[in-house]
Structure formats: C-alpha cells, structure tokens
Design a binder for this molecule. Sequence first.
Ligand code: FES
Length: 580
Amino acid sequence: MDDDGNKPASKLRSARWFSPDDLRSFGHRSRLMQLGYSEEDFRDRPIIGVLSTWSELNSCHSHFRERAQDVKRGVVQAGGFAVELPALSVDESFTKPTSMLYRNMLAMETEETIRSHPLDGVVLMGGCDKTTPGLVMGALSAGVPMIYLPAGPMLRGNYAGQALGSGSDAWKFWDERRAGNISDAEWIGIQGGIARSAGVCMTMGTASTMTAIAEAMGLSLPGASSIPAVDSSHQRMSAECGRRIVEMVWEELTPDRIVTAASVRNAAIVAMAIGCSTNAVVHLIAISRRAGVDLTLDDLDALGRTTPLVANVRPAGQDYLMEDFYYAGGLRALMAQIAERLDVSALTVTGKSLGENLEGARVHNDDVIRPLSNPVYHEGSLAVLRGNLCPNGAVIKPAACDPRFHVHEGPALVFDSYPDMKAAIDDETLDVTPDHVLVLRNAGPRGGPGFPEWGMLPIPKALIKQGHRDMLRISDARMSGTSYGACVLHVAPEAYIGGPLALLRTGDIIRLDLPKRRLDMLVAEAELESRRAAWTPSSPRFERGWGWMFSRHVTQADKGCDFDFLERGFGAAAGEPDIF
Ligand code: FES
C-alpha cells in the first residue's frame, strides 16, 4: 500500500508471474483459467497460499479440509485469491521412527513451496506437534507475510464420567494395566474415550505449547491458539485469518517485523507460564535462529527460574485441560495476567501491538489461569542442567516430577538401545531399586535416529508392582509434552557422537542437584579419559536418502536440531526465482 492508501497491484510478488505481456505469463494465466477461474478472480489480487497439513493419517488435522474453505472464504471477502496447497502432515501418532525426523523436511518444503510459487502471503495450517515449528521455520526463511492458523485442541477426553487427558492418562493407565489393575474392557473403554474429536492433544503438550508460542510471538490472531478445534469460533477465526492475510500483504507486514528478540522473549516467558513441553526448548531455539535471534539454553533457564507457572493445565498443572483453559479466557487472558512481564509493544499479525491485542482480556476462572500471586508453582516449568554428563546442557521439567528427586544420588542402570531397555524393563527379576537411575543413550538427534520421544523411560515392572510410579531417568532423547516424571532429557552432546553419556557404565553413581542445575557422574576424570580413548563410534544409521542427509546436517539439541545449512547465519537468503 502506498502513502495515499492505494494498492498498486504491480508491486505484488505474484505480478512477476501474471502481469508481463509475455509467453510465460500467458501460460500462467491460461493455467488458472484451466482450473475454472476467470481473470476477474485473480487479476491484480493478492494470491494467498493456504498451506494445509491435512492428511487422512493425521487425526489432529481431520477438520482442515473444511477449515481451508473457511480461510478461502475470508480471502475472497477481502479481495484476494486463495489457493490451497498441501504440506507434509508430520502427524505425531503414525510417523515413524519419529516425527522429529521430518520437522526439517516440512520446514524445507514450506520455504521452497512459498518461494517457488506466485504467493503474496500464506496462511499456515498446523498444530500437531512438529507442524507448528516446521511451518513457522520455513515461512520465516521465505519471508512473505504469513499468519499461523492453529488446529485447536480436541475436546477433553471422557471415560466413565472421568475426564481424560491425551498422552498423560495413556501413560498413567498403562502403568496401572502393567500392574494388573485395569481389565481388558476398561482398557478398550479408555482407548475409545481419550481422543474423541478433531484437534490436537488437549493437555498442555507440545502441540498446545507450540501454538501458544506462535500466538505469543505475534504470528496468530489474538486468542486463536486456545479455541477448541470443533468450536464454531474456530471456523470464524479461520475466515478472519483469510481476511487479515490479504490486508497484511497490502501492508507489507512481513514476519521479520514480527519475530524479533522482544517477541521471542515474550514467547519464552509465555512458554514458562503455561508449563511448556520440554520440546518447546528445541523448537523455540530453532525458530529463533531462523529469525536471527540468538536464544540460548541459559536464557531459557533464567526465564524458567523467574516465571511462575500460572496455567493450571495438565501435565505440569493439575486437574484441567485445554478446553477448560479456553473457557477460563484462553491465552489472551493468561498473557493479560502476566502482561507486566511481557514486552507489550511487540508487533503482531494484527498490525497492532501485543498490548493492544490484550485489551479487554480477562480471566473467568482463576483456578485454571492463576494470578501471579497464587501460581501453581512459583518457578520451575523448565530447568537446564549442566555437568560432566551434559556439558552442552540437558533439560528437566521440575514441576512435573516428584520433588524428592530434585536432589538425588543413585547408581546408573544403562541401556544402549530402546530394544535392550524394553526387554529388561518387564523382567520382574531385574536388579533395580527405586534409587537407581535409568539411563537410555544413543537416542538423540543422530543416534535415535531423529531424536525420538523415548525419554519417559518406563518404570521397571518390579518397581511398578511395589507401588513406585516415578524414578530418576536420563536420556539423550526427547519426551512427549504430555509426559511427566523425573526425566532428564536432551543430554548434549548425545552419546552417539561420543558425548560423555557414552562413557557412563552401569553402577556408576549419578548425582542430580536441581537447585544447583547440576548433573554429574561421580567418576574420576582419569577413568573417564581412559574410557574416552577406548570409545568407538557406531556404524552409520543411514547410508542414503533423507536420513543420510539428516544425520550429516542436524545440529544438537542445544542448537535446536535445525539443519546447519538452513540457519540464517549459514549464507545469504535465496532470492526470487527466475522466470523465463
Ligand atoms: Fe497430534 Fe498430539 S498427536 S497433537
């Protein structure tokens, strides 16, 4: 839009494809007409890509085909032309060996889809765990105006009158089943009741954490991340995304003006206040680095120490689920509640500041969204550990583990692979005590491969039968955001590339001191040196294809697990494509 409020269509990015009086533009116009559109439909209008991660194997996004129509309705109302484009679905449940192996594939696909097509702006439709960071990372690198449309959480689960939380209750009831306390009929009933509508997991797992982060960063419409997927408000919000993205194109409101050091910090504070998934650490760092903002583990630890947990939503909070959070006022209300800690001058997709977006927001249930004076925990959504086991860091979620493990010393019980651990863990003769520290290694970004969510290691059956439900566990893996327990995760550098975790042996004493943020193996340095000299690398996980490329270029957990060549600092941005 120029200074007089005119909308010069010649300045649209898509004009390069459609305006010149040449053979290529003739071809582009003719192909849209082949699709049934008239020139009146698209000429001189912003072309909006609706990037949908719909798939029939992504139950969290099963409403996206309808929502894409709502977005397109909004785009047309505002004078734009909308095209729906598919993007890799990266569903959390079915993608193996782990969806994290493909987050960067979605980011690359998003960036290159935007760059290579005549798109003036995009609405990104995601929600299931890796889709938010994947879409946002790619769109940040592409640089055209974008709005993030979150899938919204599913309705709370229900079985026999009891509210069920996705993930969290699956783990809990599985332990009870292993202990022999749940019948087949009950188990099937829980299976049918735990996920009963479209939408993402309705605990404050990775999905709801990341959509809240996108909104707090200014990339979603105010309140969008909290709306349940099947609420009619979600349809209206989708249409509003369509209307707003057209305006953003004319305003040239690109994401580099929105994602700044201030908005990244806001997002990190909000993450701590909602009791974020530990996965937020990896994704937030990766997103920040795409935007040229240097967010570190130490920054996150400092915010974790000083930010009270005010969202009383499982698993870090108690009792409530995302549906309750929405009825209590949702993320806008939470951000209004902690506004004194945020930089409310940060710009958002509305073209207004975060503070303006929060005007009028209020909490309707202060047990779900607590005041700063009465938080669920005064600190502790997330802590970053260092020590001779994790010189480049590891994370733990103090609020989600039994406080008796905050300072703990015990002998290590080490497993080199998930199959080894699985075989041992159900052996009721396993030599293990509640003070033991279970360790799984070779489960990091390169070793997993792909950094799987194995970090909530199962409690050995022998201990389950004695009534134990938590113990200290350490791995270089991640864990689901819906998981809980005394689980130290993301140990960096990972064992597979020779990190110190590779030197640990069963029986070594491990010491965790959470208040001091330390994690150490009590083994003499000379002994560690001789073990280091004897260590030999494992054979490559992949010899060709995507996995081969992933293994060569993925960064460690403390750097966000992006590919080194995709980070902003790697080289100059690709320019606009040639059109010949
Ligand atoms: Fe999609 Fe949990 S499986 S968000």
